[in-house]
Design a protein around this ligand. Structure first.
Ligand code: MTE
Length: 344
């Protein structure tokens, strides 16, 4: 059990965990009670997938209508035609992209502080070029790859996905990225590669949050191999047709749209093929609150709040949380036979 102290990042009070503290719970995820307002107790702390598999079929039927609607989408005019067309399809309430400004100013990236506005305020100076990705573990082609080489053979695709944070807010983000399942086989994972572990860049000089004990740094996430290879899983390099802003995890971040947002690890520098399930950051910080699988599930509440509803950023009314965040048709079979209340 830890007790939490308060430190200041960018003039803002933030929680930190003193070295000899006693654990009382986990800080972090609670939108209603954001960290900077909390007192010390707080918190406890297919490769060729068709767009029709990602977006509801009714969109396609109503495409003409949406194309007309695109004219009123503020951002659309600035976008390349291909993206504009897709945004037009997305001009539906459920998958209407959250405005660029909100996507890039309401963030979780604790390396830059725990408040939603900290990443946009503090991440601008992060040096994201040159960047390389270390590939390790059970594979035939380990090595340190310059980002350009790591990504080179694969053209980025656009994917408009829902993003559901475990804190019960959500967004819709038009990502640019490469399906992870296209990239991983190049490193020839062996039969022992059962999981993939991802690690964020560790650099307290550039990431002020890492100078605190807010989390055990560096941030680590992981996927089972079949999840990593699933056609919905993306390594994002951009959003809204532009380069990924630093606060959103530049230059490379994971996107698993059927899982809570904390699985979407940002600013990745290492990918490791493992035989054992990786020890991931939030699941280690609060095993009773954050699971390894973290599949969006309205039937399994967080111990401190309900997951039945969510607030789409920009909306007034809450909406129902969808099983697997609306991607059940594509991913539910990955978990056949598992008890998702136990493996949450
Ligand atoms: N990755 C790192 N390295 N550090 C973080 O604090 N926060 C996670 C995830 N990836 C986080 C991270 C959480 S809790 C969420 S909800 C998403 O990033 C938020 O992504 P966004 O800021 O692009 O909306």
């Amino acid at each position: 059990m830890f007790k939490w102290g308060i430190e200041r990042i960018s003039g803002r009070a933030v929680k930190f965990r003193p070295a000899h503290a006693t654990r009382v719970g986990i800080a972090g995820h609670n939108e209603q009670n954001p960290p900077w307002e909390r007192r010390i107790m707080l918190i406890k702390k297919p490769a060729d997938i068709r767009p029709s598999e990602i977006t509801p079929p009714e969109w396609y039927a109503r495409r003409r209508e949406f194309l007309k609607g695109a004219a009123v989408l503020g951002a659309a005019a600035l976008l390349p035609p291909v993206l504009r067309g897709n945004l037009a399809q997305a001009a539906d309430d459920d998958l209407k992209p959250t405005p660029y400004k909100d996507v890039t100013s309401y963030n979780n990236f604790y390396e830059f502080g725990p408040s939603k506005t900290d990443p946009a305020e503090n991440a601008g100076s992060l040096k994201t070029s040159p960047w390389s990705v270390m590939v390790e573990g059970h594979c035939e082609k380990p090595g340190q790859y310059a980002l350009e080489d790591f990504l080179a053979p694969h053209p980025p695709e656009e994917r408009i996905y829902r993003l559901r944070c475990v804190e019960a807010w959500s967004m819709v983000v038009p990502w640019l990225g490469i399906p992870l399942g296209q990239i991983l086989p190049r490193f020839q994972p062996t039969a022992s590669a059962k999981y993939v572990e991802f690690t964020t860049w560790l650099d307290p000089a550039q990431m002020p949050g890492q100078r605190t004990q807010l989390l055990d740094w560096p941030y680590v996430e992981g996927l089972r191999m079949d999840e990593a290879m699933h056609p919905l899983t993306l390594l994002a390099t951009g959003l809204y047709g532009k380069e990924l802003p630093n606060q959103n995890g530049a230059p490379l971040r994971l996107v698993t749209p059927w899982k809570y947002g904390f699985k979407s690890i940002k600013s990745i520098v290492k990918i490791r093929f493992t035989e054992q399930q990786p020890r991931t950051t939030w699941a280690s910080e609060g095993p009773s609150e954050y699971g390894f699988y973290a599949n969006v599930n309205p039937a399994v509440d967080h111990p401190r709040w309900s997951q039945k509803k969510e607030r789409r950023v920009g909306d007034f009314f809450r909406r129902d949380t969808l099983p697997f965040n609306g991607y059940a048709e594509q991913v539910a079979s990955l978990y056949a036979g598992m008890d998702l209340r136990k493996d949450f």
